[in-house]
Design a protein around this ligand. Structure first.
Ligand SMILES: [Zn+2]
Ligand SMILES: [Zn+2]
Length: 251
């Protein structure tokens, strides 16, 4: 079941999603304040490593949060909802990746470089979980089947009212529908052609109609044909051979 939503509703949902992403970014920033590494070597100076003690990790975290926010900002200037979804997803992915790099950069690069003994505190885990949550959201945004956002993928454009203009019927063409016996309008009949202008061509056989005695015309549209041609045609199709007429004809 694909629910149809208006572009306004789609953007409103996108905005709500952006708020969730922003909240997670803020949460991640707060995890930077949690002590997540304790140095054992100095019992009197139990130093807590805070996320922001490393300039690089601070840059990763802040850049990640800003990235996600920027994704939302940019998306508001893009008219295509599919593009919005893509931009949001990419921004969220990149932002989350940067946020995820932050704690691992501290753990695997910064702390070993200091050559100190210590252990991880619980505060490390929230700082990892928040970017993982961001990655999950980015994945959901990018995935076409995602609940409300599925409507971006299967977005149905609102019906465009066609410009009102005078209806000009197209001239009918010889088509299979003619031989299938398209019946329309009041019945007509083949009547003797009183006179035939010189050079008149029978539209069935494309030979000139030379003698009015061998010609008939449709009582409705007055088109002239050879009698034999017209009768053969009517026997087969039951309608006037004139494609612009096609009234039912009985012999
Ligand atoms: Zn003919
Ligand atoms: Zn006719």
């Amino acid at each position: 079941m694909m629910e149809e939503i208006t572009p306004e509703e789609a953007l409103a949902r996108l905005f709500r999603l952006g708020i969730i992403v922003s909240l997670i970014s803020v949460l991640h920033m707060l995890t930077l304040l949690l002590p997540w590494y304790v140095i054992d070597s100095s019992p009197f100076l139990r130093s807590y490593f805070l996320g922001y003690l490393s300039t690089e990790s601070l840059i990763f975290s802040v850049a990640g949060g800003v990235m996600a926010g920027l994704g939302l900002l940019v998306s508001t200037f893009v008219s295509s909802l599919n593009k919005v979804r893509l931009i949001m997803a990419v921004m969220t992915f990149v932002g989350a990746a940067l946020m995820l790099i932050s704690p691992f950069y501290l753990l695997m690069v910064k702390i070993p470089a200091l050559a100190v003994q210590g252990k991880l505190e619980w505060g490390f885990f929230p700082s990892v979980i928040t970017p993982i949550a961001m990655l999950a959201i980015g994945f959901l945004i990018a995935k076409p089947g995602f609940s409300g956002e599925a409507s971006y993928g299967g977005y149905v454009a609102p019906a465009v009212t066609p410009p009102v203009r005078a209806y000009t019927p197209r001239p009918a063409q010889f088509s299979p529908s003619v031989s299938e016996g398209v019946v329309r309008g009041a019945a007509a009949s083949l009547v003797p052609a009183d006179e035939v202008e010189p050079g008149t061509i029978c539209s069935i056989c494309y030979y000139e109609i030379e003698d009015a005695d061998t010609a008939v015309k449709c009582s409705s549209c007055s088109m002239v044909f050879h009698r034999d041609c017209a009768e053969s045609w009517v026997n087969l199709n039951g309608v006037c051979p004139n494609p612009n007429c096609q009234r039912p004809v009985t012999l």
